[in-house]
Structure formats: C-alpha cells, structure tokens
Design a protein around this ligand. Structure first.
Ligand SMILES: [Zn+2]
Length: 610
C-alpha cells in the first residue's frame, strides 16, 4: 500500500479520442489541463512580472534546479521561503531535476552510476549532482512538483545508449522515491527511450509501476523529446505512447515545443508542457500567432498599423502596432522583448484554453486540424519568400477572427490594412551590407533555409568542374561533442593546459546554434593548383555567408588553430590532406552588429598606367 501526497490530486474531467481535460490541484493552485507552464529559469519568467504571467492564464510555472543551484543557491532561496514566495508568484511551481541542463549546458561532464560530475557553465567550478542531491535542492526550492533525476540521452542515440540511460534512470528514480519528501510536494517520474515505442513502453512500465519506501510517483513525464530527432518521429511517438500512461495521474511531456507540437501532444492525451521557445524566440523578434510565426525584424512590418495577432486578446495586441514592435525589436529596446514575450506566452495559454474547450465539446480533432492549417498557411518563417504578402486565406482568417471578437476593442484603425509590398532585397544592397555577426543565438536556420543557402553555395566557381568542396554541419547536442573535440585538440597542443583553458576551448562550440565547417577536399592528381582548389572552397564559404544574410540570419567566419589540426580533421571525418578554410558560426543576431571601418576604394583599386 502506498501513501498519497497530501494536497495533490488529479481528476480527468472530459475525454475526446485520446485528448482529455483535467483538474490538477497542488497546495498552491488549481490548474486546468492541458496547460502550458511558462519557464522561469532563474526564479523569473524573463522580463515578465508575476501579474503579467498570471494574465497569460498560467497558474503553474517551471523553474530550473540547475540554474538556481548555481546561483543564488538553494540555501538563499530556502531562507527566503522558496521560489514562489521569493519571486512573488502566488500560484504553483514545478522544478526540473537539473539533469537536462547538466547534459546540455555543462562542459566536460562525467556520468557514473552514482551521479554526474561536471563543471559549472558560470565559473567552471566542479559540481556533482546525484538523485539525492537533486531531491534535496528541489525540497529547498519549495516546488509544488519535483521531478525525478534522470539521464537524458541525445536525439538519435543508438540502442545501447538509450538502454543504458533507461537503466540508470530507473535506478535513480528508485533513489528519488527513497529520498526524504517535503510535505505537500508531489514527485513525478520520468520515462526515457527516445522515439523507440517498444523501449518507451517497457520503461513506462518500470517507472509507472515503481513503488519504494511506501511511495509511488504522483505523475509521469516523458523526457528526452525534442532533442534533435525528426519532428514527425516525435509526433508519431506521442500517438503511440501517451495513451498508455496511467489515466489517474498527470502526463507531462518535458521541453516541447512549437504550437504544432502542442496540438499533436494534446491530441495524444498530454496534460502538461513547458518550453523556452515562446519566451526565447520573442527576444529575437519571433512572435507565435494564430496565423503562424511572425518575424518582427522583417521590413514588411515597418509601417504596418495592424496588431501582431488580430485574434489575440493580450495587452500587447490590444495596445501596439506591428510597426511599433518592429521598431522596438530592430532598436533592441527592452520593451520589445517584454511585449512580444507577453504575447507569445498569452498565445500559448490561449491555445491550451481553446483546446480545453474543444475537448469538452468533443471537437478536438477538427479544432487541431484547422488551427494547424491556418498557422502553416500564414507562417512567415522558413518560407521561400519571406517578404511575400499574406495569402488571401490568411487575410480571410484574420478578418473572420476580427468579426468574431465583437467584444474586443476593434475600431477601424485596428483592422489590418494591406501590408505595403516590399520589393525583394536587391542583390547589390545585400552585397553592400554584408557583415560579420559574432553574437549569435537561437533560432538557427531550419532545413529548408539550409537547403537554399547550400544550393546557392554550389554555384560557386568550381575550377574546371573539380568542385573540391565538403561542408560539415554541427548543431544541437553535436556541439557539445565538437566542444569536447576542441578541448582534446587543445590539450594535445598544450599538455599542461589548465582545466579553465580546456573548458573555454570547449565553450567555443556553443557560441552559435549552428556551425558549418567548409573544407577543400584537395585532389592531388588534379592539374588545378592547390591554392585554386582552396580558393574555390573559400568561394563556397563566402556564398554561404551572403545567402544566410539574405535569409535573415547572421554568421561569422572563423578559423584558428583547430582548422589546421589533423586531430580535429580526423574527428570531423575529413582527410589529413583536406584543408579547412572556414568555421562558420551561424544563428540569429543577438544585436545589430556595429559598423566596421572599411578600406578606401583608392587604397585597393588602382588603374594600370602601362
Ligand atoms: Zn497578443
């Protein structure tokens, strides 16, 4: 017989296919599910006051154990009465176990059966996290819901890696159940297994059926999704796995996702979500709306008097024009990030609320299909021509939305006028504005953008059709591994290098969300001299830089010692004779790069006087 957590309960209230609504009660809040939990990493949902978070409809937020452990430390927070009291948040909070951050952020980590040893991303200090330590910190942070400490393998991990992670996660889950409990604090177990349904179901049985020290988990989470696996794989896995989770307990998919991911997951029966996407993308000027993603950096919004989202009732959409938001984001004003963050979180709240309504009325499938179609149709990001005017279908959807919202304060001035047609960026303007961007952040270009910039690069001068080109792309978890390669290369060059130097060498791989390594595959038998082959690969790198800028992304060309290191080449799958000409760091510009002083034409160009 196991005892229940005092003050915590979950009741399913309606069901439509696998989708369901429910009520989750914690000591601090009554939460209607399915629901999105805004991420408050450092005891703050970045840029939002608790009243603003509340206005998005959220009654539960997530905080990150790892970050709060490193700063300001659990002792400070415990003294201040726990995270919710510390930050003035009157509702519920869930904390993650710290595991995911250790696996994604920390350099030079070592996993053993007891726990994980790693270095702090802040000061390089050596730290150790175990199931017991994670539970101790989460008790001190005062969460309503604490998560079991798990090992999260990277996306696309091989079967033996997945199985080893599952074995550890099971052993650690038991130790979490056996750790001292905080009164009223619920504890959720985590199921791993990647996108492999058989593994997931096997692990689910272990975690959901687990009982130790007279306790069992109050809810079950699926971890290890959205870690680099193909999106259709993840959606398929939701459909095959989620409905097998216990019905009487909340189901939580950690760290997802886009509005499309949420719609898929809710259809599969998921109750809880969290993701940094709506707040992080807002800071880069990306808004999520009922008519798809909007890139506020684009010139098409410059004199657009319409609200960000005609259907949205948030204070940002009720007060400000797209033109004003475009201006704030372009000028990197704090208010821009604040207003767009608020809208994005409000939209996620509204999406979940609309889903709850649709489930209760038994029309979830139709609701999800229509929402997905409208969002895809109007999506501004990753489309071939981002400056194209809105399609007639999107305009109709916006108009319908406006006429439905009769109680919202719409007058003529708020009805969207047609966006002014911008001509495509002239090639010359692009060339004259080419510049390096070294402060880079998410989002990275998506697959279709990469395809286009690669198509452009493959038109580089090819020296007698030799095409001595190779491009290696590194992103996501791959960057951590590449960081390890950089650190190892550094150590081979400087055997007495300090731990700090090694950590800083490894961190170079994390400076941008995407790295493209351009190499010349030297053909020694060719009549084309080596330097011309290298120059041809250089042309590929330059075209990539220009094409990425044309697509609205930033990039910087670096080389340095690793480019000439045979060990680095070998680890990248290149031959010793290959020549790395560029390490391109790619992402979204964090700020407008400052204007560089350029040489004068007359210093470079001189007429030949014979
Ligand atoms: Zn809004």
């Amino acid at each position: 017989m196991t005892s229940k957590t005092e003050g915590f309960s979950f009741t399913e209230t309606a069901r439509d296919g696998h989708a369901r609504t429910g009520v989750m009660t914690t000591p601090r809040a009554v939460v209607h599910t399915p629901v999105f939990m805004p991420v408050g990493t450092l005891a703050t949902v970045k840029s939002q006051t608790p009243a603003e978070i509340e206005a998005t409809g959220a009654r539960i937020i997530l905080s990150n154990t790892y970050h709060l452990w490193v700063r300001p430390g659990p002792e400070v927070i415990e003294t201040m009465g726990g995270v919710p009291k510390f930050m003035g948040w009157p509702h519920a909070m869930l904390t993650d176990s710290g595991g995911f951050q250790v696996f994604s952020l920390a350099a030079l980590r070592q996993i053993d059966d007891e726990g994980v040893t790693f270095r702090s991303h802040l000061d390089g200090k050596k730290l150790r996290l175990t199931p017991e330590e994670s539970m101790r910190i989460q008790r001190a942070l005062g969460a309503d819901i604490a998560m079991a400490f798990d090992e999260c393998p990277p996306g696309g991990a091989e079967l033996p890696v997945l199985e080893a992670a599952m074995r550890r996660t099971t052993a650690w889950a038991k130790r979490c159940l056996l750790s001292p409990w905080r009164e009223g604090q619920a504890r959720f177990g985590i199921v791993q297994g990647g996108t492999n349904t058989a593994l997931r179901l096997r692990h689910l049985e272990e975690i959901a059926g687990m009982s130790a020290g007279g306790r069992e988990f109050d809810g079950i989470a699926l971890g290890g999704f959205s870690v680099g696996e193909p999106i259709p794989e993840m959606h398929r896995a939701f459909g095959e796995i989620v409905h097998h989770l216990p019905q009487g307990k909340p189901r939580y998919v950690m760290g997802i996702g886009t509005p499309y991911d949420l719609l898929e997951a809710m259809g599969a029966g998921v109750d809880l979500f969290d993701c940094v996407l709506p707040s992080r993308n807002a800071r880069n000027g990306q808004a999520l709306t009922w008519t798809g993603r909007v890139n506020l950096k684009q010139a098409r919004h410059k004199v657009d008097d319409s609200p960000l989202d005609a259907r949205c009732r948030c204070s940002t959409c009720a007060t400000y024009s797209r033109a004003y938001l475009h201006h704030l984001i372009r000028a990197d004003e704090m208010l821009g990030a604040r207003l767009v963050t608020h809208h994005n979180l409000f939209f996620y709240g509204a999406l979940c609320a609309a889903a709850r309504g649709a489930i209760a009325e038994g029309r979830y499938a139709a609701f999800a299909r229509e929402a997905t179609e409208t969002m895809r149709e109007g999506d501004e990001i990753g489309h071939p021509n981002v400056n194209a005017p809105k399609t007639a279908k999107v305009r109709r959807a916006e108009k319908r939305a406006l006429s439905r919202e009769t109680s919202s304060p719409t007058d003529e001035s708020q009805v969207a006028p047609p966006a002014p047609q911008e001509t495509d960026m002239k090639a010359m303007k692009l060339l004259l504005n080419r510049r390096s961007v070294s402060k880079l952040d998410l989002p990275a270009p998506e697959a279709d953008v990469i395809d286009r910039v690669m198509e452009a690069a493959l038109r580089s001068p090819d020296h007698g059709a030799l095409r001595p080109w190779k491009v290696v792309s590194i992103e996501g978890e791959g960057r951590t591994k590449f960081g390890e390669v950089l650190a190892a290369a550094y150590k081979r060059q400087k055997p007495d290098a300090s731990e700090d130097d090694l950590a800083s060498a490894a961190r170079k791989a994390m400076r941008a969300p995407l790295i493209l390594i351009v190499a010349a595959e030297l053909k020694e038998s060719s009549k084309i001299p080596e330097i011309e082959q290298v120059l041809s690969a250089g042309a590929v790198a330059q075209t990539l830089l220009l094409a990425l800028q044309a697509e609205g992304f930033g990039a910087v060309w670096k080389t340095g010692a690793p480019a000439y290191d045979p060990y680095v080449k070998e680890r990248l799958g290149l031959k010793a004779s290959d020549h790395i000409v560029a390490i391109l760091y790619v992402g979204t510009a964090k700020e407008e790069p400052s204007e560089q002083k350029r040489p004068k034409i007359k210093d470079v160009l001189s007429p030949w006087e014979g």
